[in-house]
Structures are given as structure tokens and as C-alpha cells.
Design a protein around this ligand. Structure first.
Ligand SMILES: C[S@@+](CC[C@H](N)C(=O)[O-])C[C@H]1O[C@@H](n2cnc3c(N)ncnc32)[C@H](O)[C@@H]1O
Length: 278
């Protein structure tokens, strides 16, 4: 098998494929990244060269190949309670306000949930809030995690994590409270935390309506990979699945400004969140 860097024409064709398949925009200078991420698949799928594999990809006939290529090109980096402040804000400012309204249900969407740490972190915050505020937020709470990658969705559903993942963002107290030691170097999220969470595959380029309506959306650290048009499209469609006054959490370097006018910035003591305009 030849392991050469992609010729410019193949690279351009691959960029087009990737952007239309999942929205990810590759810069001009990512030939080496693409080559190194895809070479392994070339031999796994028994192609003679990377160019041959890309030709097959263009036909769109091999769904499994497309999925594996998208998997290889997406960054699944995540951690527990990532960046801290969104979860602090949820617990200290947002849930107390919501609880006053005694809602019959609360629905949260972790869009681009990767291996599940974001959704489970939200569920742990709900548990802590309920414990510290007996009788508050007694309605049904559901957290829906979605991701384009079937691999990470499957991993999220297991609720099992190795020591390395456990070391990223989890305090000893939360580890002890919310996880069970499997005795093999792995840990499993406890059933009460998992019970609120469900995970399903969803490409953010596709329709959201089947997910139902949400009170809060976490769409963190994924918009950065998309074009301006795609950011506008995704944020505009998220507006349609948010309940009135719904909240949107974005990653630290992301903002709806310039892409969607339906959100206003709310500065809370713990940081910034975006609220659907009334
Ligand atoms: C960097 S992770 C962010 C995970 C989590 N939100 C966080 O902030 O820790 C980005 C995730 O977005 C997913 N992703 C990329 N493109 C997507 C798309 N078009 N639709 C849905 N998920 C996508 C990737 O598979 C990856 O798991």
C-alpha cells in the first residue's frame, strides 16, 4: 500500500466530501493530518491507496466506510465538568430559578455529546441540586446526548470509563458518589445518574424535530469546526427546538453573535450563557 500525502485534487475532493457529510471545514494545509488519520483505514478496508479509498468514498455507496472516515476526522476530546463554569451556573443560578416555576419536566440536550461526560456531568449536577434542595425539581428530568459518531454514542451508552478518562475533571468526591469501581481499572456511572440520560446518533446537519423541545441546550466545542453558513443554519434550527426563554451553552471560544439574532447574552455570576429572546 502506498502511504503518500494526498495530491491537491484529491485533497480538495475530500474537503468537499467532509464538509457536506458533517459540516467540518478543513483548512488549506491539513494534507498531512488527513493522510495520517486515513492511512490506517486504507489498509483496513483493503484499498491499494488512499486515492482509491477516496474515489470509493465519493460514490457514497459504502455507508460503513463513510462513517469510519467521519469518525477518524472528528475530534472527540471531552472531559467531566468541562470548563467548570457552565455546570456551576446550572447548579447555582439556573436550576434555582427553574425550580421556582415547579416545571413538570426539564429537558436538556447535549448536542455533540462525544463519549457522554457532558451529559452525565449535567445529570450529576441535577442530583446534587436535588439533594441540597429537598422537594425542588421533582418533575421528570431528561438529558438527551447526541453525536454524529456511532462509536462515541455506543461508548456513552455503556457509562463505563477507564482511569485516564476518570482523571479528567472529576473530583474524588464525585467519583466516589456517582461511580462504581468495576475492579478492572474501569468505573461505571451509577444507575440513578444514567437513568436521566439517553444517547442517540444525530448529525447536526440533519433535522432536530424528532428530539422534541428542550429547556437547555449544551452545544459546546463543535461549532468551531463549521463554516459561518453552517453555524447560522444550526443555531437557527436550535431556536426551533428551544422552549420560550430556553438557554444555550456554547464553548468558551464560540458565540452566536454574527450567526443568529434570536439569542441574547446573559451574564450570570458564574459566566455567560445565551438566552432565547422573548
Ligand atoms: C470536541 S467534541 C466536544 C464534546 C463536548 N460537547 C465537550 O464540549 O466536551 C466534538 C464532538 O462533535 C461531534 N461532531 C462533529 N461533527 C458533528 C456533526 N456534524 N453532528 C454531530 N456531532 C458532530 C464529534 O463527533 C465530537 O464527538
Amino acid at each position: 500500500m502506498t502511504q503518500t500525502v494526498l495530491p491537491a485534487k484529491d485533497y480538495d475532493a475530500f474537503r468537499n466530501f467532509l464538509e457536506s457529510a458533517c459540516g467540518i471545514v478543513l483548512g488549506d494545509n491539513k494534507h498531512y493530518l488527513v493522510t495520517s488519520r486515513l492511512n490506517r483505514l486504507t489498509s483496513e478496508f483493503s484499498f491499494a491507496s488512499l486515492s482509491d479509498m477516496l474515489d470509493a468514498l465519493q460514490t457514497g455507496r459504502d455507508k460503513q466506510l463513510s462513517e469510519r472516515v467521519i469518525d477518524a476526522m472528528t475530534t472527540n476530546e471531552t472531559s467531566w465538568f468541562r470548563d467548570g463554569y457552565p455546570f456551576e451556573m446550572l447548579k447555582k443560578s439556573i436550576l434555582p430559578e427553574l425550580a421556582k416555576k415547579r416545571p413538570r419536566s426539564l429537558r436538556v440536550w447535549s448536542a455533540a455529546s462525544s463519549t457522554g461526560q457532558e451529559a452525565y456531568s449535567i445529570s450529576m449536577i441535577i442530583s446534587e441540586f436535588q439533594k441540597e434542595n429537598p422537594g425542588a425539581l421533582t418533575g421528570r428530568v431528561e438529558i438527551v446526548g447526541t453525536d454524529i459518531s456511532s462509536t462515541v454514542v455506543k461508548q456513552a451508552r455503556t457509562g463505563k470509563y477507564d482511569e485516564l478518562s476518570m482523571a479528567r475533571g472529576l473530583s474524588a468526591d464525585r467519583k466516589q458518589k456517582f461511580f462504581t469501581d468495576n475492579g478492572d481499572g474501569g468505573w461505571t456511572v451509577n444507575a440513578d445518574i444514567r437513568a436521566r440520560c439517553r444517547f442517540t446518533e444525530l448529525n447536526l446537519l440533519n433535522k432536530y424535530v424528532l428530539l422534541g423541545k428542550f429547556d437547555i441546550i449544551f452545544c459546546r466545542n463543535v461549532l468551531i469546526y463549521f463554516s459561518s453558513e453552517m453555524k447560522t443554519d444550526i443555531l437557527t434550527r436550535m431556536v426551533q427546538v428551544l422552549n420560550p426563554g430556553g438557554l444555550l451553552f456554547l464553548g468558551g471560544s464560540e458565540s452566536p453573535t454574527g450567526y443568529c439574532r434570536d439569542f441574547e447574552m446573559a451574564r450570570l455570576p458564574e459566566g455567560v450563557v445565551y438566552r432565547l429572546k422573548e
